[in-house]
Design a binder for this molecule. Structure first.
Ligand code: PMP
Length: 305
């Protein structure tokens, strides 16, 4: 990733991609305390548009608040940074990675003597779990790793170190030949994927875990709005692993994963073993919204002029 042309917004300046570097004694590299986001821009009706930028930036600032990190930029500056990197890199569609981290002034657990640095990078990125997975559905495995407990790390924070847990789960699942992991919470109930929220469909109704042990996903919120438009009920409730096995349809949601159907869990075929009919319609409506083809949600798009 480091060796490519382009620019990264780094502490207020557009820096040449290859020179956007930090020291090996960077505090966040050692202890994992940082906050980040994943955002996408799509080619929409009137040009390139960033999807739900304000909501992502708000979550970034909330993540910083939760973890006690003081960001040296305003939300408006971070929003503007996204626009600048799209323009500087001449991108039509992209994935963004805003991230705030502690610098290399001082090691030791306490971070406060370090300055807080912020980057916003952007690059083209297709379907996170593969184009084929979007059409046919993916195969997932319930992880042997437990998802975070709310008082171990903070689940509402999209914090760098939280992802060690995700990486362990994703690595286990993919090395076992699956596409992704489903993680259970400390009580054994379904929480989320390693980087996605999860929904199940039963008798035309949607169910999703409450946010006790899952990130408050922005795509999850978008899917809830789509479900309301389709007059489908959505219930937040405890979901057990065997409920997932027996569901009519199961799908993941996430900025990177978008709406990804799940066709198999732990070797059990889900529903018809392919992308389910409601998943198909929700996925289609999701893509209409992000591509600016649904006037009702126009305010979620930030066009690059
Ligand atoms: N859960 C986790 C652990 C994630 O990393 C993500 C991706 N940000 C999500 C859920 C989905 O969140 P969003 O829809 O806001 O991308």
């Amino acid at each position: 990733m480091a060796d490519r042309d382009g620019f990264i917004w780094f502490n207020g300046n557009l820096v040449d991609w290859r020179n956007a570097k930090t020291h090996v004694l960077t505090h966040t590299l050692h202890y994992g305390m940082g906050v980040f986001e994943g955002v996408r821009a799509y080619e929409a009706q009137q040009g390139t548009a960033i999807f739900r930028l304000q909501d992502h930036t708000k979550r970034l600032f909330n993540s910083a608040k939760i973890t006690g990190m003081n960001l040296p930029f305003s939300p408006e500056q971070i929003n503007q940074a996204h626009i600048e990197v799209v323009k500087a890199n001449k991108l039509n569609s992209c994935y963004f990675r805003p991230m705030a981290f502690y610098g290399s002034n001082k090691l030791g657990v306490g971070p406060d003597l370090n300055d807080v640095q912020v980057i916003v990078a952007a690059w083209p990125w297709g379907a996170y779990l593969g184009e084929e997975g979007m059409q046919r559905g993916i195969r997932v495995q319930v992880s042997s790793f437990t998802r975070h407990h709310p008082n171990i790390t903070m689940i509402k924070a999209k914090a760098n170190g939280n992802y060690m847990n995700s990486i362990m789960a994703n690595t286990e699942a993919t090395r076992n030949g699956y596409d992704e992991a489903i993680m259970l919470d400390a009580n054994g109930f379904v929480a989320e994927g390693s980087g996605e929220n999860i929904f199940i469909v039963n008798d035309g109704k949607l169910y999703t875990p409450a946010l006790d042990a899952a990130l408050d996903g922005i795509t999850r919120r978008t899917v809830m709005a789509i479900a309301a438009d389709m007059q489908l009920s959505v219930t937040e409730k405890r979901i057990t692993r065997d409920e997932v096995y027996c569901a009519d349809e199961v799908f993941f949601t996430g900025t990177a994963a978008e709406v990804t159907p799940i066709r198999e869990v732990d070797g059990r075929v889900i529903g018809c073993g392919a992308r389910g009919s409601l998943t198909t319609e929700i996925q289609q409506r999701y893509f209409e919204i992000v591509h600016g083809k649904n006037a009702k949600y126009e305010s979620w798009l930030t066009y690059i002029d």
